[in-house]
Design a protein around this ligand. Structure first.
Ligand code: SAM
Ligand code: SF4
Length: 333
């Protein structure tokens, strides 16, 4: 069968699935403090429906699946979904993006079910600041989650740090120090204008050259690094002699669209071929018909723009398409 390619020849073998729009935190860059409207349970895809979609796509070359959210671990028995996906021929990499809070209770169950690895979001190592960014989170619990992932053999562990000017940019050195004696990959991610390109976003946005400057100021030399799980959109480096690595993900300043291999599925069953634009295709009514699922994914890819234009939002310039009104918690990042 024809693989999943778009008009620019990009091969798509990676699906990011949001399994819920709910979360046990309220990060300042992701959700409002109050008034977030969550979708009713019957609008969220069941595990059977998600599995049917992955089964339809595997013969087209889908190989990698990431489960995300909202917070994927607040969805009950996520290990059951992982076990179903792991049993689909052709799927050889299942990963999870999580805030880490529930990993102490879940890490080994997830590993046994077939999860390969986790990305854990952690934007500050200081409790007061972490509680401010997440609106109430406990950083010690995330650190316990990292330990639990390590003990369960989920590897490699990547830490996602959204870099924000005046909020956590003084912690770059502390985060990179974590990689000196441990095989972690710390990924610094530019703050993206998803859901709204507000003035507060413009003020907090920071280009990632800041990370290299912080290394120089710390007196570290760095070198390019390859990761066993592939580099994706991240440019990876290592402080000379360190066990771990750090990565730079520049969605805004240097868009990585040329090599995009990602498709996204929202928790309510909409295909998004690009994270940023509003275009969506509701696949949920078709899940009983694999050929129709495949056709709709091909249609979504046929209309996938070559790139997002987040950098234009920084300068308040006109864009060629309409940006999504969804929040990151509804898309999954
Ligand atoms: N709840 C899980 C977590 O926090 O890891 C998974 C969902 S979260 C939406 C996925 C990723 O998106 C997280 O690493 C989070 O930091 C990132 N994210 C959310 N909003 C963002 C924004 N405006 N800019 C950059 N990254 C963002
Ligand atoms: Fe929840 Fe993740 Fe969004 Fe934070 S970034 S509010 S943990 S979904």
């Amino acid at each position: 069968m024809e693989p999943l390619t778009d008009p620019f020849g990009r091969l798509h073998d990676y699906l990011r699935i949001s399994v819920t729009d709910r979360c046990n935190l309220r990060c300042i860059y992701c959700m409002p403090a109050e008034g977030m409207q969550f979708q009713p349970q019957d609008e969220i895809m069941s595990y059977e429906e998600i599995t049917a979609i992955v089964e339809a796509l595997a013969p087209l070359g889908l190989r990698k699946v990431r489960l995300t959210g909202g917070e994927p671990l607040v969805r009950k028995n996520l290990e059951q979904l992982i076990a179903r996906i792991a049993a689909i021929p052709g799927i050889d990499d299942i990963s999870l993006t999580t805030n880490g809070l529930m990993l102490p209770a879940k890490a080994s169950l997830l590993k046994q079910a077939g999860l390969s690895r986790v990305n854990i979001s952690l934007d500050s190592l200081k409790q007061d600041r972490f509680a401010m960014i997440t609106r109430g989170g406990d950083v010690a619990k995330v650190l316990q989650g990292i330990e639990a992932a390590h003990a369960a053999g989920l590897s490699p562990i990547k830490l996602n740090v959204v870099l924000m000017k005046g909020i956590n940019d003084d912690e770059i050195k502390n985060f990179i120090s974590l990689t000196l004696n441990s095989p972690l990959n710390v990924r610094f991610i530019e703050y993206m204008p998803i859901g709204s390109a507000s003035d507060s976003w413009r003020q907090a946005y920071l280009p990632l050259e800041t990370v290299i400057d912080a290394c120089t100021a710390a007196g570290w030399t760095t070198e390019e690094a390859e990761l066993p799980s592939g580099n994706g959109p991240s440019q990876n480096r290592r402080v000379t002699g360190a066990q771990g690595t750090f990565g730079l993900i520049h969605p805004v300043s240097e868009h990585f669209c040329d090599n995009c291999n990602r498709l996204r599925l929202t928790a309510d069953g909409h295909i998004k071929a690009c994270l940023y634009w509003a275009d969506e295709y509701n696949v949920r009514p078709l899940v009983q018909d694999p050929a129709a699922v495949q056709d709709l994914f091909r249609r979504a890819l046929g209309n996938k723009p070559h790139n997002h234009e987040m950098a234009l939002a920084l300068e308040k310039k006109a864009q060629s398409h309409t940006p999504t009104a969804r929040r990151m918690s509804q898309i999954g990042g």
